[in-house]
Design a protein around this ligand. Structure first.
Ligand code: HEM
Length: 248
């Protein structure tokens, strides 16, 4: 899963900006690391991202997941799904702030790890909790709202993960791909609602509020940035035009 591609306007140079609001080009504060270093960073990120899954596997094999290992794995993988979702959505705003464009190369991997942990989470429920009992799972999905929204978030993640390759971006075309990946604006609130509802019984909302605030901030940053890019790309009106427009 990869969140929306950048607007093609983002890279417009001064000559492509005729009649539009002036673009102040800021210099890169830090030069991009060489390609080999980025490959190394990606390899390290891959190993680190696998850490929580390896820890769960080792814990399960050595019987160190507490009295209820299934619940432990479900909750832990649910937490990691939200953490990776937040990290994936943080890449683009981090790039805007730091001007480290190479960060974008980490986004797809983080998105795929979001899906991976969601899959571990769902598989634990489907297999270790419900033992493939489709009628019990169906009843849960229809009768327990927190399962319904969690399931919806998971189903919506599938096409994003499936279209994360370069070949799929090409096949769909950038515009359709970008539209499809806007599903992330629905997935994130559904995931938080799932968590919120699950915790409602215990009136313990501290973690859902924390994750909810982080995700809301990251989504708001994208919406505001999109509006700013559109505003900047719009033709700048001269004062006489502006006065005429306001008198209409
Ligand atoms: C993007 C999708 C999803 C996300 C981000 C997500 C996230 C979470 C989180 C954060 C928790 C609580 C962890 C904690 O207590 O710290 C949780 C619990 C849980 N989730 Fe999900 N979830 C998703 C999808 C699903 C799906 C598809 C199912 C099953 C159909 C599911 C079933 C459960 C169950 C059974 C629990 C544990 C409830 C309990 O222990 O009482 N989740 N999930």
């Amino acid at each position: 899963m990869v969140p929306p591609l950048e607007s093609p306007l983002a890279g417009a140079g001064p000559t492509e900006n005729a009649g539009q609001r002036p673009i102040r080009k800021r210099p890169n504060r830090l030069a991009a690391p060489p390609a080999r270093a980025v490959t190394g960073i990606k390899a390290i990120l891959f190993v680190v991202s696998l850490g929580p899954a390896v820890r769960l596997l080792v814990g399960a094999l050595t019987d160190q997941l507490g009295a209820n290992p299934v619940e432990f794995i479900t909750r832990n993988s649910g937490d990691w799904t939200l953490i990776f979702l937040s990290l994936t959505l943080a890449v683009t705003p981090a790039r805007w702030l730091t001007h480290w464009h190479w960060l974008q190369k980490l986004r797809r991997m983080l998105g795929l790890f979001t899906f991976f942990y969601a899959l571990v989470h769902f598989t634990t429920y489907f297999w270790l909790d419900k033992f493939f009992d489709l009628s019990a799972i169906g009843k849960d999905i229809f009768k327990r709202p927190f399962i319904t929204v969690g399931f919806a978030a998971f189903v919506l993640l599938i096409p994003l993960a499936a279209t994360s390759t370069n070949a799929m971006v090409k096949r769909l075309g950038a515009l359709r791909w970008r539209r499809l990946h806007r599903a992330i604006y629905l997935i994130a609130p559904l995931a938080i609602l799932h968590f919120w509802w699950m915790k409602a019984g215990k009136h313990d909302f501290s973690k859902p509020i924390l994750y909810g605030s982080v995700l809301a901030g990251l989504l708001a940053a994208r919406i505001l940035h999109g509006a700013w890019v559109r505003w900047r790309a719009a033709p700048a009106r001269v004062p006489s035009e502006r006065a005429a427009a306001s008198s209409r």
